[in-house]
Design a protein around this ligand. Structure first.
Ligand SMILES: *Cc1c(COP(=O)(O)O)cnc(C)c1O
Length: 409
């Protein structure tokens, strides 16, 4: 199957009722008619359901669909993007290990990783994640590189091939958050990432009606390297499924943050139109970026799809379908940025991205308000910067709203 077909049919299993959508199984537990059967399910000898914190048919259906569209091996969902990131990192590292991460990460992820210092995990943030900086940063203790396909909100585009090559040479697990780009734009596993993460709350769900996250495991062979002794029993028993087997057996079970079956259903429904939506998001974002770039009141329009962007060559290299739906721009001062926000009529002022609706935020006073001034600069967040997640309305209406609000500035 090709991509658009997989969005709708990938790993679809129709049950005996013939229902074309996997029903929402709102049941915490599953009865079995023999003690032996339940024992086998618990031991992993038999496939089946025991308790929805561990697995649920609707949730599995969503995980299998995501596995299919990312060309992965197996996936584990979680209650939010943040819990997916936490689980994936804590499944990999132990005290004494080192994480090298991009400093332009989503604010919540930056703080999460920074806070791991109190668990005895060493952290290095890189302002630029590239071949040179990574080679200089890694040590024998580096077990994990964490980065995003496009930083949120810095919008720096990752040159994924050289980064994954270095991780391969040095046997370092590469985890990539692809929330901003989705598999419509890029499939990081194809370029050598070991694990892909999404906050499914954004483009995957598509209409902002449920929070969720997912970890897609590409089935890496790196865990058999001597430095991943924490994976040893799982490598022996589960081979290339070791990451997910360990996750389900340890931190996944311990933290207990499953995706709700109801949210899994909403995500499955939203996913079917991912390509249609992303195509419109990318098209509209380019139109809006060009409009803003031509306006004298606006400076530093950051959208990698503009030919003037320093990342344009990477868009040409990796992003054949478009440069995504998010852009940032600056208005000269916080006062002007606020005035602009307060005069918008259509575009909503809120913290989110990836909705069908156009949404905008002033990151410095909101999503990055927990970060220090120094961190904000590393993240490309300035006092006059606005982040716009361009929706799939008619672009003329989006531009008309921007135009009238700019008049007030
Ligand atoms: C929103 C977001 C997250 C966090 O996801 P939640 O579902 O809100 O917990 C992580 N990474 C990126 C890039 C995001 O945009």
């Amino acid at each position: 199957m090709k991509f658009n077909t997989k969005l709708i049919h990938g790993n679809l299993k129709i049950d005996e009722t013939g229902a074309t959508n996997t029903p929402i199984y709102l049941s915490n537990a599953y009865a079995h008619n023999s003690a032996e059967k339940l024992e086998d399910i618990f031991s992993g000898r038999a496939v089946g359901y025991a308790y929805t914190r561990i697995s649920n048919p609707t949730v599995i259906s969503f995980e299998r669909r995501m596995t299919s569209i990312e060309d992965g091996m197996v996936a584990t969902s979680a209650a939010s993007g943040m819990s997916a990131i936490y689980l994936a990192i804590m499944n990999t590292v132990q005290p004494g290990d080192e994480i090298v991460a991009s400093s332009a990460l989503y604010g919540g992820t930056y703080t999460l990783i920074r806070n791991l210092k109190s668990f005895g995990i060493k952290i290095k943030f890189l302002d630029e994640m590239n071949e040179k900086s990574l080679n200089e940063a890694i040590t024998k203790d580096t077990k994990l590189v964490f980065t995003e396909t496009m930083g949120n909100p810095k919008l720096d585009v990752l040159d994924i091939e050289p980064v994954s090559r270095i991780c391969k040479i040095n046997n370092i697990i590469l985890i990539i958050d692809s929330t901003m780009t989705t598999p419509y734009l890029i499939k990081p596993l194809q370029y050598g990432a070991d694990i892909v993460i999404h906050s499914t709350s954004k483009y995957i769900n598509g209409t902002s009606n449920s929070i969720g996250g997912i970890i897609i495991d590409g089935g890496s062979s790196k865990y058999s390297n001597i430095k991943y002794n924490n994976f040893k029993p799982y490598i022996e028993k589960f081979g290339s499924m070791a990451f997910t087997a360990k996750l389900k057996d340890t931190v996944g079970r311990d933290i207990g943050s499953p995706l709700s079956p109801f949210n899994a259903f909403l995500n499955l429904t939203g996913l079917e139109t991912l390509s249609l939506r992303m195509k419109e998001h990318c098209k509209n974002a380019l139109v809006v970026a060009k409009y803003l770039d031509d306006n004298k009141k606006v400076s530093q329009v950051n959208y990698a799809g503009l030919k003037s962007s320093r990342y344009y060559n990477l868009i040409e290299k990796y992003y054949k379908n478009g440069a995504g739906g998010i852009l940032t721009f600056r208005l000269g001062s916080k006062e002007k940025a606020f005035k602009f926000l307060n005069n918008l009529k259509l575009i909503l002022n809120l913290t989110n991205i990836g909705d069908t609706k156009s949404i905008i935020i002033h990151p410095s006073s909101t999503i990055c308000s927990n970060n220090t001034e120094e961190e904000k600069i590393q993240m490309g967040v300035y006092d006059d910067l606005l982040r716009l997640s361009v929706g799939i309305e008619d672009s003329e209406d989006i531009i008309e709203d921007i135009e009238q609000a700019l008049k007030a500035v």
